[in-house]
Design a protein around this ligand. Sequence first.
Ligand SMILES: Cc1ncc(COP(=O)(O)O)c(C=O)c1O
Length: 393
Amino acid sequence: MNSQQIKALDAAYVLPTYARFDLCLIEGSGCRGKDPEGNSYLDFASGIGVNSLGWADPQWAAAVAAQAGKLQHVSNLYYTQPGAQLAETLCQRTGMDKAFFANSGAEANEGAIKAARKYSHDKYGDGRHVIVALENSFHGRTVATLSATGQDAFHQHFHPFLPGFVHVPAEDIAALEAALTAEVCAVMLEPIQGEGGVVPLDSAYLAQVQALCKAKDILLIADEVQTGVGRTGAFLASQKVNLQPDIVTLAKGVGGGLPLGAVLLAKSCAHALGKGDHATTFGANPVCCAGALVVMERLDDAFLAAVNDKGALFKKELAALPHVADVSGDGLMLGVRFEDGVSAGDVLNAAMARGLLCLLAKDRLRLLPPLVITEAEITEGIGILRTVLEEIK
Ligand SMILES: Cc1ncc(COP(=O)(O)O)c(C=O)c1O
């Protein structure tokens, strides 16, 4: 099928919930994808921070194919090796005690909310169930995770939301302290707010949040769905800022392109969820876990150091482009704000027309390239952005 035929079929039968860009992709390799007409695209988006090893990484694809040819699904009624091994690796890489596998970021956050409420209920009884989240946060599109999300733009049309969620402004420790009443069981935050516009939280603020939570036995949930699995140059963004959450959620990059999420619980609260408390049919799917095990193997210390180095180069080169007001983020999670009336959406569209795929987050151009991107590919994409920005006004 050509692009026109694919788009027509999609328009006829797919519910139009996505504002798609005008592009079909049919194959890819590393950081380059192709449309049906053979046009090539350099990838600064990685499927919104998912394809950590790029498209069709040979080692990843071989492991996924081998697992699919052996045992694709058994349900959680039985044990399988890839899930058990992945849980071990994730716990070892993060210092957490136990893992629960979900299928997406929203589902991982649902699991975290349930774990926090159960922990509190077991210990303190009824009435200590409130989750405090931050304004401008994003935690997913299910009803509970939308209730946790602190952006009104996502709340239209879907009221009423769940009770038991309170929002406070980020970086305002007094507001948080005031919100931590006797009804609160957890604070939930993203170390860098992704959908909120690539907004990093200050490490001193995060340390204060952690101290407040510890003092009141309130669990700290780090939503690392976007920042985790090497994206910022550490396995977790929390590790870079010395944050020790009680619960960490992962998704996006963990499966390297297959749907997989994880809730990681510290020893202090790992006992909260026991038999029958939480479940999902596809959780720990062996094929997804086999792909994730390759991601884990590749993300060694040298790989993470390279993400840091490439991120620093990327940030410096972006900051030197025309019309750039500032560059936020860390590692390979970057947000570019423009000045002089230049719109990030216009930059994205012009870059796509020149063969470069980027993302948006609020008023910023957001860049989440595959973690395997090379310096030469970063420089090539920067060159496209420079041409676009020189032509734009
Ligand atoms: C921080 C964060 N949490 C949760 C989610 C939801 O993940 P998913 O779309 O896999 O449900 C996202 C998605 O963008 C995210 O960035």
